[in-house]
Design a protein around this ligand. Structure first.
Ligand SMILES: [Zn+2]
Ligand SMILES: [Zn+2]
Length: 347
């Protein structure tokens, strides 16, 4: 099979012919139709995640079943499928207490080393990580479900959104944008999107944002208070990870509001309260962080996308043939054109 192989950190991938993965008794082998390029692939390329080289990156894949192991029950050759690349141990304290999202041995196939990823003609996953893909969902959109939408939706789900809520999202990138779509799948919710890039705000507006704000031109906190009779938002999702936006997020949320941090900064973060009592203590805010999804959310998500309650028609900004993978990685690395998702397609 053809595979894009990472041989040295920081270099381009080389496309080579290598043997297909060997299928174990509980494995499903996918003939990959589409694979998304994720920022997590960049972290691996730059050496920010542990990896054994040579390695095949990629963890956002959809395709058809090429082969199944002898104990696989739910799938047969030719089925349309998508893969959830998150592997948990089923043995640690958290896994045993139904908290697999914070498993001590949590890994992502194709990013953390040890397992081969999806930038190849064939991609192997355990049966428990594979889901049937309904005909209504195209392969390119299915790749979006596997990682950016799944992570964003987990954050939205734990934000405890109620009918009529005002939800503010800081950051219109892949996570923020899909958190917005997740929030819009709830009844009668209005979403305000905040980003410094007008192109991302335009996209958010087309996809259903009630209001968009560019903090380089206006104070988003002031505007949010103005649009909520001074109360602040019911839910705020922070998907940037800058000191400034994290602090603005706290000021934007109202009394008894919920705040979910999803931005992933590398540096030091400090909370800066001019008035700690009014802006934080007296509001009884519920604050939580969220970084990955749970397996039981995947069937819910697939159904939400199938029924178009979550509309992924604007999520894939660019499609490239598999052979142009290095071009795709460069585009994602340099954030050229502020694209939501770049997806590789296979013949
Ligand atoms: Zn990803
Ligand atoms: Zn575990």
């Amino acid at each position: 099979m053809k595979a894009a192989i990472l041989k040295k950190l920081g270099t381009l991938l080389t496309i080579e012919e290598i043997p297909k993965p060997q299928v174990g008794e509980n494995d499903v082998l996918m003939k990959v139709k589409a694979a998304g390029i994720c920022i997590a692939d960049m972290y691996t390329l730059r050496g920010e995640r542990p990896i054994k080289l040579p390695h095949i990156l990629g963890h956002e894949a959809s395709g058809v079943v090429a082969e199944v192991g002898s104990k696989v029950k739910k799938f047969k050759t030719g089925d349309r499928i998508l893969g959830n690349a998150i592997i948990t141990c089923n043995e640690c304290y958290y896994c045993k207490n139904d908290l697999e999202q914070v498993c001590n041995k949590h890994t992502i196939v194709g990013t953390d080393g040890g397992t081969q990823g999806a930038f190849a003609e064939y991609y192997k996953l355990p049966e428990g990580n594979v889901y049937h893909l309904p005909e209504e969902i195209p392969f390119d959109q299915a790749t979006v479900i596997t990682s950016p939408l799944a992570s964003a939706y987990h954050g939205v789900r734990i934000a405890d959104i109620h009918r009529g809520d005002t939800v503010v999202v800081y950051g219109g990138g892949a996570i923020g944008y899909h958190a917005m779509l997740g929030a819009l799948s709830y009844d009668s919710v209005r979403v305000f999107m905040i980003d410094t890039v007008d192109k991302k705000l335009e996209l958010a507006r087309k996809a259903g944002a009630a209001e968009v704000m560019n903090p380089s031109r206006e104070d988003p906190v002031k505007r949010i208070l103005g649009l909520t009779e001074g109360r602040g938002a019911d839910v705020v999702i922070e998907a940037v990870g800058l000191n400034q936006t994290i602090n603005q997020a706290i000021l934007s949320v109202g009394k008894a509001g919920r705040l979910v941090f999803m931005g992933a900064p590398f540096g030091k973060i400090s909370f800066e309260f001019e008035n700690y009592r009014q802006s934080f203590l007296f509001k009884e805010i519920k604050m939580t962080s969220s970084i990955t999804n749970r397996k039981d959310e995947m069937p819910q998500l697939i159904e939400l996308v199938r029924t178009k309650k979550i509309d992924l028609s604007r999520s894939v900004s660019l499609k490239l043939p598999f052979e142009k993978i290095n071009e795709g990685l460069e585009i994602v690395k340099n954030d050229v054109g502020n694209l939501i998702r770049v997806v590789l397609e296979f013949d």
